[in-house]
Design a protein around this ligand. Sequence first.
Ligand SMILES: Nc1ncnc2c1ncn2[C@@H]1O[C@H](COP(=O)(O)OP(=O)(O)OP(=O)(O)O)[C@@H](O)[C@H]1O
Ligand SMILES: [Mg+2]
Length: 1009
Amino acid sequence: MKSFHSFRLDPPNQCLWRGEQRIPLTPKAFDVLRYLVEHHGRLVTQGEILEALWPETYVNPELIKKYILGIRKVLGDQHDKPVFIETFPKRGYQFVAPVRDDTAAELAEVPSETERKMVGRKAALAELQRSLSKALRGNRQVIFVTGEAGIGKTTLVDVFHQWAARRPNLRVARGQCVEGFGGKEAYYPMLEALGQLIRDSDNNPVAQILAKRAPTWWIQFPSLVKAEKREALQREILGATRERMVREICETLEAITADNPLLLIFEDLHWVDDSTLDLMSALARRREPAKFMLLGTYRPADVVLSKTPLKGLKQDLQVHHLCTEVALERLEEPAIAEYLATQFPNGSLPGGLAKLIYRHSGGNALFMVEIVQDIVKKGLIVQARGAWMLTKPLKDIDPGVPETLQQMLDLQFSHLSAEEQRILNSGSVVGERFSVWAVRPTLGMETDRIEDLLEGLAEKEQFVRSAGLQELPDGSVSAHYEFKHSLFRQVLYRRLSSISRSKLHRRIGDQLRLLYTQDRPELASELALHFEEGHEYEHAIRYLLLTAESAQHRFAHGDAIPVLRHAHELVQKIASNIRVEMEIQILKRIGDAHYALGQVVEASQAYQAEVDRAAQARLTKEEVSALSRLAYTTSPTDSHLGIAASERAVELSKSLGDPTLLARTRILAAAFRLLHDRWRKEDAEICTTTIAIIEQLSAKDVQVALEILYPAQALILQGQYRFALNAEDKVRNVTGSSGLIGNLGAWGKSLALLHMGQLGELVATLRTLIDAAEKNGNKLWFCAFGGMEAWLRTLAFDFQGARKLCDTVLPMCTGNPGRTPRAVTLLSAGDAELGLGNNQEAVHCFSEVKSMTNEQFYMYWYWRMRSARGLARTWLESGNIANARREADCFLQTALSTADPNMQALAWEMKTRVAIAEKDWTLAGESIQAALAVLEEREVPMCAWCVHATAWEFYRLQKNDESAERHRVQAETGIHTLARSFPEQEPLRAIFLAADPVRRILGAAAAVK
Ligand SMILES: Nc1ncnc2c1ncn2[C@@H]1O[C@H](COP(=O)(O)OP(=O)(O)OP(=O)(O)O)[C@@H](O)[C@H]1O
Ligand SMILES: [Mg+2]
């Protein structure tokens, strides 16, 4: 590691250390400094720097000048007598300070300045070290350092960090939680830490692991994703959920620790966001061995204030021995004496001084340090002849020290110049870190003047310290400062009157807004806070909406909801002419977020509120659109409400004179009636004639996508499969509904493929879908696609496989929305049992579906027909012909009331089989003719071979060999087409071809030949 004076370059963490103090630099500033240090002692030209650091881009050489200027500031270099970087005008720069190359071993032996300065805390440090040793042996560790503000948590963690960083190969990454309402950015500390781990992404192993294993996280670093990979990545993360995001990062961290151990430090968890908490909980609970340690700090009192569930999590983990807590106590008097001894070596200070400081500070480390600095500043401790001594008797010092830290800081503040005070006031409004650029507009002072004053304060260790550089939108850089401690900022901020506070917030918000780009979504919440405090509610709401959007981009819909609800509260404070529109927009977003989480009840409530609000304000167009949303969210739980909402939308849109909108509402209502109520010709016609109009709309948003998908599904039930396939293609790129659209489209497509007999493609499609649903922890879609796979297996005669799958899926189909997958799966289970000869079980399965369909739900009438068919087949198999006839009649009657050619052909075929069993040859003949007539008119690939097989049977019994053979050949052709739709290697293909009913047809061919 390269070091110079009291500075040390830390390339793995891309920062600079001054003794114990970590000075963050922007990546490029760090690179410039590193380049100069690595080539110290010789002139480095501007051209050389440009070529080395910006190899393929054009960069204005002026920029380097700015970087050098900034770096000099950070180092405290002076222009006229440079100690670090010397400028050779028009030629370049030279790093002139002597550079040491410390090996890790050397560093390990020399304790850092912080380590030397830290007193007490031996037991706590030892505990952390023990924990790390366990982690290095593969026992994952979670440990919390807790205690009141200023007690010394960060100091302990810094010392431990420096000690740990000297272990060979250990990776350390830190993330900071930030205060503020909207400040709860989902996964903020984890993303910050990851950002440190994946720098130099090209040949960085962590970046490679992340890209491979955690697409949901990789996409959060858009600048690292290569353009050609972006689309594939988008598809891969379709429908991702919070569970998946958490699991992916857990697995990634484990993979990272396979070669090098990892220490992850999260600071100030009292401000943690819920998503990060979820992640911590998962990390702590996983059983897989990992050389991993998570170290978090927090103030217990603030955990209570901020109402985060952190306390519950820690207690739960503690009960299960999954975490440890190191609670820091206040420093004792001997520790304070030790502190004085390290600060004032060779001193002859009276023993009572430590007692005095102890009494005043109460052992709070921060207070202790401030008191000592105060005493020094007042000239009460001086160095004379190499020894430190008091200039006044101890008893006279006593009254000079204020009683609380706050009072002491107040006093210190009052001694600053008016300009200094104004700068610090503005800084305290920006936050714990602030740049000169951000505060400048509030001050009416020159940048140089501000920087000089801040530099002066930093040098005197008053309130602030220098904290690196920040890049600005125009490519220039600005110096950054941070408060020495968060309490300092708090004290200054609280002193401000509410009027000046809000004025400052407004100005600063206006300035920081210039920094907001898509690459920096985390700024949105900060801006929302400034504008809210600045009483600019309209801006505040806009940035809250952006904050929610960025949470949703991280699949943290749950985190977006409180942000949106807060925006909804603020809406009451804005001008009335825009209020309603904004309110409606927010309610929609709240509904969308719940919907994405699968919380249909809450989503319906939000959409209902949206409907009411729009109705109240007579915004009919908005009301119509909200009603459509209400229709699709209520329908999974209550079909009647869903239909009612969609019909109301049609009524209202009639008055709007917008033919496209009317078409859209009509098609949705028609589709809902078809799918949830019963088959009506008029509705089917609306779907067929209108879908062409809807298909021309671009399906970018969720709503249009649904208006395409639902009717397309209804049309499958009329034997029109093409729409469903097209629809899936069209909506593929719709995002923002947590995969709902993607899954709904895929469901329709699978249903179409199944009916079209394209079984190979169906197998492949279902496997990806089931895999994704499993990864996303999405039970409902797992069941839906699992049930569909079981259905496919029964069609291919793989009864064992189907039954096994049903056993997994059935217990997971719960609640009202689970009714559809339950019906699909039960029907497959019934078919499987029947195939395996377990007739009684089969009757159970089919009867359960039958009784489920006494209520209306998605496609319920279709499932009822299938249950009637299943029962008819089972009764026939069991020899109960009367029951079989009853069910077959019922099946036929319903099928004829629909327009589904597949069901109609199968119903006539069933009727034929019952008639054959009853030896009613006339009826059998008429029925099979009717079945064959359907096939002539419509293409029904999935069931055609079965109809021909029954026809073959019938004509054989009639001794009409010629007709029998004609149908056998057609059945054989159908069989081969189906078999060929599977890939050669697909096991289902062999199972299908080896099944008895199939072999009978094929075997009879051999017999004929
Ligand atoms: N053990 C110690 N020995 C000497 N000085 C200490 C010690 N602990 C803390 N300090 C001093 O006290 C100051 C405050 O400590 P620190 O920032 O670690 O507190 P904290 O517990 O992290 O506070 P917060 O909860 O606000 O983050 C530090 O800047 C450091 O100078
Ligand atoms: Mg701290």
